[in-house]
Write a protein that binds this ligand. Structure first.
Ligand SMILES: [Mn+2]
Length: 313
């Protein structure tokens, strides 16, 4: 039986030219989570997508987006090296790198899954002599431990630090936005590396001015100042307020509303070329009966595809 694909997009159909290469990484083995099965999110999001409307809010027909679903990367829980190798293969070999280059869209998994994707993408784009890219992360956490419990380098709470170690990406070319649950060690590490991050409270209205608009400009300026015009966007679903997206292992209060994130993404995507996207840390077993966190994740993906598609119209 052919598994359900995201929005019934063709399954691995390589004949047609396409813009978006969707795939899942059903892997939550690099996580401190004692609750939550983020490994099931790729499957659940695909199933749920068939019950949702086929138009974006701006009226674009989602079925007309040039997208292909490559299915899931094979995950071997007890063999992390082999799993990482499979992720590299997905990015470098399975996705055909024909111009216009496709935009990988990864559905996690825990947040660690973003690292092997970004690493492989960085290597592939260097091979193709493409411009370097910055990384914009929406997250309640910094995920900036150098080593978890002083030993583990590859973990969901070290992911931003690992990304900053990549040859073409520095802490200066990254932004972590919506942070509100930080550990002191991470804050020190971030200071040392001059990491650019914006805590959640800065997005609150200040008198007559909107903190949100001000901070979007701040994010855009930060990347432009460092000569970045290409962006990879990583969305940890816990950037959304814990009461609005409770289906995640670390639901934290004080986060964004869906609409606020939507507004920011729209503004940012107008200004940058998007080279990749992921949505991670969605745990279907912790979601409400109405599956609002999973629906939020699906909507974010399709609305972003819409923002990108609108630019080429
Ligand atoms: Mn995270």
């Amino acid at each position: 039986m052919i598994p359900a694909t995201f929005y019934d997009f063709p399954f691995g159909d390589l004949e047609k030219s396409f813009r978006f290469a969707i795939f899942g990484i059903p892997w939550d083995g690099n996580s401190t989570n004692v609750i939550g099965n983020t490994r099931n999110a790729p499957r659940e999001l695909r199933n749920l997508s068939s019950f949702l409307g086929r138009s974006t809010e701006k009226g674009d027909n989602i079925m007309e987006f040039k997208a292909v679903d490559f299915g899931d990367v094979s995950v071997y829980t007890s063999l992390p090296d082999l799993t990482r190798e499979r992720i590299t293969l997905m990015i470098k070999e399975f996705i055909p790198w024909k111009k216009p280059y496709p935009i990988p869209i990864m559905i996690g998994g825990d947040h660690y899954c973003s690292f092997p994707v970004i690493k492989a993408l960085d290597e592939k784009r260097s091979e193709l002599k493409q411009e370097k890219f910055g990384v914009l992360i929406f997250d309640a956490h910094l995920d900036y431990y150098d080593k978890w419990l002083d030993v583990e380098k590859d973990f969901h709470c070290t992911v931003s630090k690992r990304i900053s170690d990549l040859p073409n990406i520095t802490a200066e070319n990254m932004a972590i936005v919506g942070v509100r649950d930080m550990d002191t060690i991470e804050v020190e590490e971030a200071k040392k590396d001059k990491l650019f991050y914006i805590p959640s409270y800065k997005f609150s209205p200040k008198g007559a001015s909107s903190g949100l608009s001000e901070q979007v400009e701040n994010i855009i300026n930060h990347f432009q100042k460092h000569g970045i015009s290409n962006l990879y966007i990583s969305i940890d679903i816990d950037c959304i307020d814990g009461s609005l997206a409770p289906g995640t292992p670390y639901a934290i209060p004080g986060g964004f509303k869906y609409r606020e994130l939507w507004f920011m993404l729209q503004k940012i995507i107008k200004k940058f070329e998007i080279v990749g996207l992921d949505v991670v840390e969605v745990a279907p077993d912790l979601d409400t009966a109405s599956k609002v966190t999973q629906i939020t994740a699906i909507k974010l993906i399709t609305e972003i595809m819409g923002f990108i598609t609108q630019k080429s119209k």
